[in-house]
Design a binder for this molecule. Structure first.
Ligand SMILES: Cc1cc2nc3c(=O)[nH]c(=O)nc-3n(C[C@H](O)[C@H](O)[C@H](O)COP(=O)(O)OP(=O)(O)OC[C@H]3O[C@@H](n4cnc5c(N)ncnc54)[C@H](O)[C@@H]3O)c2cc1C
Length: 501
């Protein structure tokens, strides 16, 4: 028997693993719900609710071609063991998964067990992430090559072997409780396709102008992240659709074009970033908890952070834009890029909290949680990569720039509803309202300056520069800078590789 093991690829269209598994006549389409995975801090109720939609939708798709999705709940190794004793597994088909440290360890465990039991595990790629990469040279070329491959088509008909399936456990059965979400994003491929179409033909027109404000980004961003994270759509098919839309836009009159060319081009670069970021975690799975650049191990070692952490978590920092973003995220499961960056930056710089704890909490709030993007971005916004410019967001300025009238703030912070516009970004200056809202837990400018001074001091150290170049060679995107970096540290490539890998 062959098994098509669905992981984060919950679709049958453009699913190489499924298409290949179906070349055998005797196939079990399998999804395993792993209770131990759902016990991890980064996983949550909102993600599981989305997953359930996707599984139901995938089952409908499979039924259309003759078979249903087989659901099993438990430890993956034990489940494969049971199936093997009952039917004898010859081959397993799945996608290479670059996910959290728990799934990384699970896959290593399974690899050994499959080998021991003479089961061939075919792991195919589903995006531009390259396994076993030595460094980033030539990465973009390979990524482009993969994105040009035609979509894999599912068979028209499959045979139903009447395998036993279980029902999908309720969140409660997995001890997952609602953590405050009220507005859910719906899962399933049909929803994802609708979003793609409405974005490329309607909503995305002003993407480049409107993506940074939380007032407009809910509508003007693609909102595809959760679908990409669960694989209801492949990144490749989104890229191919975007490229063909780009060609259509080029043919439009200037009046019709409007803001489309810029928006589509900005969107295309974001899609490319998706794999670029996940590649970092693929190459170094422990960046989930380890600073990318070890010099930063010296920073943020204070253990007395409970009050700051709790205030930030609940949206009670006294900074309206930070609190509104946090409370909206808790209730919707989504936030635009700039505001995610500001939340992380405020926690890491102003509050001096270790990103290892704040990123886990944010991960659980993002329905679109994608560890590869998440931890690399968390480190980038905390200044621990050593290769990116330090960007410390001023939350007052972010509020003035992206929510000038305080509409977003008032929506999520009812206690500020009657604060006049003049004071909405600094309510502590309005003595009439100060009682209804927390006073700021830190002094903004003072905290920002103190953080900047510690980080810049560290960046001046010679050892920092040397390690930065190593990090860059391993993880940095390849542009003209590469040559400069190599020259700067005066080390030959051979030597670098010897030290690094
Ligand atoms: C601290 C922090 C944590 C983040 N965690 C996640 C996460 O867990 N999951 C996640 O998908 N994104 C994450 N992002 C990146 C980004 O904020 C989201 O991808 C984006 O907001 C999702 O909304 P969208 O699909 O409408 O994006 P769009 O703006 O419509 O972009 C389309 C797609 O491009 C990719 N993309 C967009 N921005 C980025 C980026 N900066 N880096 C890498 N890929 C990008 C995503 O796949 C996204 O779905 C994080 C950003 C920060 C600053």
């Amino acid at each position: 028997m062959h098994i098509a093991w669905f992981k984060r690829d919950l679709r049958i269209w453009d699913n190489e693993a499924f298409t290949n598994a179906c070349k055998s006549q005797y196939v079990m389409p399998l999804y395993i719900i792993e209770p131990d995975l759902w016990k991890q801090d980064d996983l949550s109720y909102r993600q599981y609710v989305f997953l359930r939609d996707c599984l139901k939708d995938l089952n409908r798709e499979l039924e259309k071609i003759g078979q249903k999705l087989i659901i099993k709940t438990g430890d993956a190794l034990e489940i494969f063991n049971d199936i093997n004793s009952q039917y004898g597994i010859k081959e397993i088909w799945s996608h290479q998964e670059t996910w959290n440290y728990w799934t990384y360890k699970r896959d290593l465990r399974l690899k050994d067990w499959f080998k021991l039991n003479n089961i061939k595990w075919n792991e195919v790629t589903q995006n531009g992430v390259i396994r076993g990469l030595k460094n980033r040279d030539g990465w973009s070329k390979e990524w482009q090559k993969r994105m040009n491959i035609l979509p894999y088509k599912p068979p028209k008909k499959t045979k139903d072997h009447k395998f036993n399936s279980e029902t999908i456990p309720s969140p409660k059965q997995l001890s997952l409780n609602n953590d405050g979400i009220e507005i859910f994003q719906k899962g399933g491929r049909s929803e994802g396709l609708e979003l793609l179409k409405s974005f490329l033909y309607k909503r995305g027109k002003n993407y480049s102008k409107e993506m940074s404000s939380p007032l407009t980004a809910y509508r003007s961003s693609s909102r595809l992240s959760t679908h990409i994270a669960f694989g209801t759509l492949s990144i490749k098919e989104i890229i191919q659709e975007t490229t063909s839309r780009k060609k259509e836009i080029q043919k439009l009159s200037n009046a019709e074009k409007n803001n489309w060319p810029r928006s589509i081009s900005t969107f295309s670069s974001r899609l490319r970033w998706h794999c670029h970021f996940i590649q970092k975690l693929e190459d170094e799975p422990d960046i989930e908890f380890k600073n990318m650049h070890s010099s930063y191990n010296k920073l943020r070692n204070e253990s007395d952070y409970e009050f700051f952490f709790e205030s930030w978590k609940k949206g009670l920092t006294g900074y309206p834009m930070v609190d509104a973003c946090m409370r909206s995220l808790i209730r919707t499961g989504w936030l635009n890029f700039r505001m995610r960056a500001m939340l992380m930056s405020f926690a890491s710089y102003h509050l001096w909290l270790p990103w290892q704890i704040t990123s886990k909490y944010l991960a659980s709030l993002f329905t679109d949680y994608e560890p590869g993007i998440h931890y690399a971005q968390s480190q980038m916004q905390s200044g621990t990569t050593g290769i990116n410019a330090i960007r410390i967001y001023n939350p007052i300025k972010q509020g003035i720039d992206h929510d000038p009238d305080g509409i977003f703030i008032k929506k999520w912070l009812p206690e500020l509803r009657n604060v006049p516009k003049k004071y909405i970004h600094k309510p502590w200056e309005d003595i009439d309202y100060i009682k209804e809202y927390n006073p700021p837990i830190v002094e903004e400018l003072e905290a920002r300056k103190a953080a900047a001074s510690k980080v810049y001091k560290l960046r001046k150290e010679k050892s920092h520069k040397i390690e930065s170049s190593k990090v860059y060679i391993k993880h940095g995107s390849r542009k003209a800078r590469m040559k400069k970096v190599k020259k700067q540290v005066k080390i030959k490539k051979v030597e670098i590789q010897k030290n690094l890998f």
